[in-house]
Design a protein around this ligand. Sequence first.
Ligand SMILES: NC(=O)c1ccc[n+]([C@@H]2O[C@H](COP(=O)([O-])OP(=O)(O)OC[C@H]3O[C@@H](n4cnc5c(N)ncnc54)[C@H](OP(=O)(O)O)[C@@H]3O)[C@@H](O)[C@H]2O)c1
Length: 244
Amino acid sequence: MDITGKTALITGGALRIGRALTLALAQAGCHIILHYHRSEEEAQKTARDAEAFGVRVWLRQADLGRLDDPMSLFTELPPGFSPVQILINNAAIFPKDTLLDFSMEDWQRVMRINLRSPVLLTQAFARTLPEDKMGVVINMTDWRTERPYKTHFIYTLSKGALDTFTRAAALQLAPRVRVNGIALGAMLPPEGASASYWQSVLATVPLKQGGGAESAADTLLYLLRNDFITGETIRLTGGAHLRM
Ligand SMILES: NC(=O)c1ccc[n+]([C@@H]2O[C@H](COP(=O)([O-])OP(=O)(O)OC[C@H]3O[C@@H](n4cnc5c(N)ncnc54)[C@H](OP(=O)(O)O)[C@@H]3O)[C@@H](O)[C@H]2O)c1
């Protein structure tokens, strides 16, 4: 897809990896619906930085744990925006829990944000995509669905189901909509993580470095532009998935 001039909707696009994806889309000439939940100031700053590339940005606040009207994100666009042709499901939460201690409240929250929301947004996206337009969905996921964490139990299940969803949706929505995933490894330290924790993570990465947000952004642009890839999830792990 030639993405210049297309409208992209990104969830959790205000900071960290979401911000890098937003700015890469803007630099490539996409107009952006920038969703955020709590990070209003950061969203405004990212919007200003994206607009500096000469594109339009519209901010949308929503709690994706309570996504009651997903269609409105695609139908209530301000004047000057063409229909959304690119959807990036990036927002997620990463709580620590195990099979033995998780609560049903946590289960509901994680599954609603990490799985139900990308599914409902993709459904709304496909339903509202005009018949003469092509679309692309990218789901941000985690290679640790293949090699589960001992902790982050519900998160791992939610992202594993998202991987399956990527393939199922790719088949159901072809040929008009492509659906792909990016399975991230150690890109950025989790919020609040200590330097020693992050060093201990990087020590397990064969390439001995973190991926950084820009590596995710490069992969995003590649998947958006390549019209023959669908149902694929690309691992960005620095080789971590190769270790025994
Ligand atoms: N960082 C890594 O190394 C890594 C590794 C593997 C996979 N990933 C995946 O890559 C993606 C981006 O990673 P990240 O570390 O940049 O993510 P993050 O900072 O943990 O979260 C991204 C955004 O999710 C939004 N969010 C959280 N709860 C929400 C809710 N209830 N409703 C709506 N939005 C909500 C937040 O928006 P607000 O700030 O506006 O509240 C947040 O900015 C995620 O899907 C993550 O699972 C990341």
